[in-house]
Design a protein around this ligand. Structure first.
Ligand SMILES: [Zn+2]
Length: 168
């Protein structure tokens, strides 16, 4: 959103006009003229008041937008860190997942995350759904996984078998 300085400018010009009128009123002896100037003064003060309110609302909108952007930035930074911990792997022909890099494990066991969700900046750990498939609990993608025996033997895919899991 572009910063709207309109309210601040009209506030300043109302206050300037009100000051000028007040200065004029000091020297006035004519009762009618004094009343007229007093009415003008009141109207200017009311206008200044509404400009001040508008400026306050603009400021609060800007603050909200600033907070939202800060949250977005933190999320983007967190995602960037998470995204770097995984590498795209083809676990069976045509079936892709993002697999945790060993050097980026940070104490987590080896796992893979959903490639669909990854493209939406979401980390969803794939779960076994049956003996041949992993599935994504979020987008429900079904990934054809490797045979269960080799997974069991090494915790995941044996190195050198074409899979890219860590060595046991
Ligand atoms: Zn998914």
């Amino acid at each position: 959103m572009a910063i709207d300085v309109g309210s601040m400018l009209s506030l300043a010009s109302s206050l300037k006009a009100a000051t000028d009128i007040a200065k004029t009123m000091i020297g006035l002896r004519d009762e009618t003229l004094f009343q007229t100037k007093a009415a003008e003064l009141v109207s200017l003060i009311m206008s200044a008041n509404s400009s001040a309110l508008a400026a306050q609302m603009e400021q609060s909108t800007l603050l909200q937008e600033k907070r939202a952007l800060e949250e977005k930035l933190v999320k983007a930074e967190n995602w960037q860190h998470e995204a770097k911990r995984y590498a795209l792997r083809e676990i069976t022909p045509g079936a892709f997942v993002y697999a945790l890099k060993q050097e980026m494990a940070e104490g987590e066991p080896f796992h893979t995350i959903c490639a669909n969700c990854y493209s939406d900046h979401r980390k969803t750990v794939l779960q076994r759904s049956d003996s041949v498939h992993d599935s994504c609990p979020h987008c429900k993608a079904q990934i054809r996984a490797r045979d269960p025996q080799s997974r069991q033997r090494v915790g995941y895919y044996p190195a050198g078998s074409g899979g890219d899991g860590w060595m046991a």
